[in-house]
Design a protein around this ligand. Structure first.
Ligand code: NAI
Length: 414
């Protein structure tokens, strides 16, 4: 029996059937031919398949990381070796190199920007204003990026239209809830080699990601606690069966803390003060600002690493607190992290592809601003996903359709 070396993309390709169907459908006509698409994301096998899908549809692709520590070098090398794909990335980049590489990419004047965290789009507007005037459009993958884009839109400074891909159902119902939920817990369990079951698990934020993490942690036997700033989300967490507390009480109660708010300093000095010896802290939010790392360093009088991916802060009172993945995205930047399952990224990257396809190939012409992805595109990707899963749906009958459209029902009494 012979054996051969597989591409680092093989496994992800096997589990991204929508992207495979796009490659098959668009390879011959190459509808993105003539366009240069900038792509920022965590760079590993699944985003590698997204990049090769854009390329298969005819685009020249320039790609950069959206977080310096989540890059898989073998994937970058394989893609960078192909004509028409250029990497502005390597494994182990510093934060400064990450910034520089994104500027170098923007110097190549892409036509379209598919972003993750709004890093490229923000840099384009702040430091490459001439480019911002010529870019046709963009798409944004994550909640943290949408927050920044909303601020840019509010200020009226966006120079081109951007699809808020994160806000489309085919993205956040699956990627944020199930992808972040499963991959955060999986990576925490592998990194710590500890049980979720039986632990007091504090989840900060009960948005899409927090809901996924909390509900799955409870499914694994965790005693879940939720902290929130939005009273409706807090109530929802309560009705879903989680304990709801303010962060002061949660800090004194929890064994494991996972922050997923998209906000800063959610876990800070006054909370570290109250945590019990051996407490473990992780971040699932996009930026490494959710845990106040400076305060943690200032409070500790010694630091050590008992295990790869775990930084132990030794407090003067004898307690130690364990920080995972240096407070960066725990599901993407830890030593064992592989990000979301491929089946989930299939839908996310399919929606990113649709954002580019709609404005470039279909020629949808929009004024500068932040837009929702048209519902027809979201439904089309949902249909395609169901098809790949061999699942079918009901169709509305004519009378059902009419029933939806008429306000005066035929059997009503007036
Ligand atoms: P979301 O907006 O649906 O939920 C965030 C929740 O946090 C909101 O309910 C908000 O009220 C709450 N919150 C804000 N400040 C808080 C505080 N100080 N304490 C407690 N709760 C607070 O956002 P979503 O989609 O859940 O995303 C959350 C973060 O996760 C974002 O940074 C997003 O970019 C990131 N993300 C990470 C992924 C990963 O792979 N780890 C994947 C997708 C999103």
């Amino acid at each position: 029996m012979s054996s051969h070396e597989e591409s680092p993309l093989t496994w992800a390709r096997d589990h991204t059937p929508i992207l495979a169907s796009f490659q098959e459908e668009y390879r011959e006509d190459a509808p993105l031919d003539g366009y240069t698409v900038a792509f920022a994301s965590h760079l590993e096998a699944k985003s590698g398949v997204a990049i090769e899908t854009l390329h298969a549809a005819g685009a020249e692709v320039l790609f950069a990381p959206s977080e310096p520590q989540s890059t898989h070098g073998a994937v970058v090398d394989e893609l960078d070796s192909r004509d028409g794909i250029t990497a502005y990335a390597w494994e182990g980049m510093t934060d400064e190199e990450f910034d520089e590489a994104q500027h170098e990419l923007l110097d190549e004047e892409p036509d379209f920007i598919l972003d993750d965290g709004c890093e490229l789009i923000a840099k384009c507007h702040a430091q490459h204003p001439d480019l911002a005037e010529t870019v046709i459009g963009g798409g944004e993958q994550t909640t943290a990026g949408i927050t920044r884009l909303e601020a840019m839109d509010e200020e009226g400074i966006l120079e081109f239209p951007v699809y808020g891909v994160n806000d489309t159902p085919m993205k956040h119902f699956f990627d944020n809830v199930h992808g972040t939920g499963e991959s955060s817990l999986t990576n925490i369990a592998i990194t710590t080699n500890s049980l979720i079951s039986g632990k007091d698990i504090v989840v900060c934020g009960y948005g899409y990601c927090g809901r996924g993490i909390a509900n799955k942690a409870r499914g694994m036997g965790g005693q879940t606690i939720v902290t929130e700033v939005d009273p409706r989300k807090a109530l929802q967490a309560h009705m879903d069966g989680h304990r709801v507390m303010d962060m002061d009480e949660a800090a004194a109660t929890g064994d494991l803390f996972i922050s997923a708010t998209g906000n800063r300093e959610v876990i800070r000095a006054e909370h570290f003060e109250q945590m019990s010896d051996g407490a473990t802290i992780a971040n699932s939010g996009h930026f490494d600002v959710e845990i106040d790392l400076d305060a943690l360093s200032d409070m500790a009088d010694d630091v050590s690493s008992p295990k790869e991916g775990v930084t132990r802060y030794h407090m003067p009172d004898g307690r130690h607190l364990n920080l995972l993945a240096e407070g960066r995205l725990v599901n993407l930047t830890g030593p064992y992290s592989q990000g979301h399952p491929a089946e989930v990224m299939d839908t996310t990257f399919a929606m990113m592809f649709m954002a580019a396809y709609d404005m470039l190939a279909d020629g949808t012409d929009l004024e500068p601003g932040l837009y929702n992805i048209p519902d027809r595109l979201d439904r089309a990707v949902a249909d395609r996903k169901l098809e790949t899963l061999g699942l079918s749906t009901e169709s509305l009958t004519e009378s059902q359709q009419a029933y939806y459209e008429e306000w005066e029902h035929p059997d009503s009494s007036f």
